[in-house]
Design a protein around this ligand. Structure first.
Ligand SMILES: *Cc1c(COP(=O)(O)O)cnc(C)c1O
Length: 229
């Protein structure tokens, strides 16, 4: 059972890597300009190991506590792991997040900026930061609204002294993703931000065409999740 699954994670990973390379080629982009983040949320260490064994080193998790439970031992076993927090972050978990993650994709409010600024100074450790943009204006979703993004980015810089490297978006599930990717890219461009975290299993090729530098792919690599988030 686990042997079958190991083969399939490695195969799926190889397929996604080939898909990323193909999308880069189609878009006339250097494949080295796109980082594949393997989203391992909800999967345990045994399910993640085949991806590590196949050389994957960049992973995404959406919960601080879950990542804290899973990754320290995997990091002891495999050198060079880069961990990205792609889910919402509560200010009271900023300390753990800064200690554990190499990148945080969900910066979206002043109170969180404040907490991150304090922890980055205290721990002398600065994860790569992305501001999440709620391009669909969905009330239940995290992220700053598109019309508030420029002002928020200015506050990140001027009031909090945070170096923001890029933007992240999660298009509404029922929408065509392309306009959301294009809007995110446009906001990044006018704010001089180089990194774009966008594209998941179903739409990473479209995201790459529209400038994604980081694609977050989970189910296409690890299979369907039994937990929703
Ligand atoms: C779960 C998740 C993904 C991966 O989604 P898949 O459709 O499984 O590829 C990407 N981004 C975020 C923010 C997620 O929570």
């Amino acid at each position: 059972m686990s042997a079958t699954r190991s083969v399939s994670v490695a195969d799926s990973l190889a397929e996604v890597r080939a898909g990323v390379a193909r999308a880069c080629r189609d878009a006339g982009r250097d494949p080295a300009s796109v980082t594949l983040i393997a989203v391992s949320k909800t999967f345990d260490a045994a399910a993640i190991e085949p991806a590590l064994a196949a050389g994957q080193r960049v992973f995404g998790e959406n919960r601080v506590q879950e990542a804290k439970a899973k990754w320290p031992s995997l990091r002891n076993k495999y050198a060079g792991v880069e961990l990205h927090l792609i889910g919402p972050l509560q200010s009271n978990k900023a300390r753990d997040a800064v200690a554990l993650f190499d990148a945080i994709h969900s910066v979206d409010r002043d109170s969180l900026c404040e907490a991150l600024k304090a922890e980055i100074a205290k721990q002398r450790r600065a994860p790569l930061l992305f501001v999440e943009v709620n391009t669909g204006g969905e009330t239940q979703k995290a992220g700053v609204l598109p019309q508030d993004a420029d002002a928020f980015l200015a506050r990140c810089r001027d009031r909090f002294g945070l170096a923001i490297s890029g933007l992240m978006c999660i298009p509404p599930a029922d929408d065509m993703p392309a306009p959301h990717f294009a809007l995110t890219a446009k906001i990044a461009r006018r704010n001089g931000l180089k990194l774009l975290s966008m594209g998941m299993s179903a739409d990473y090729a479209t995201a790459i065409e529209l400038g994604a530098t980081h694609v977050r792919v989970g189910s296409a690599i690890f299979g369907e999740r039994t937990r929703k988030l």
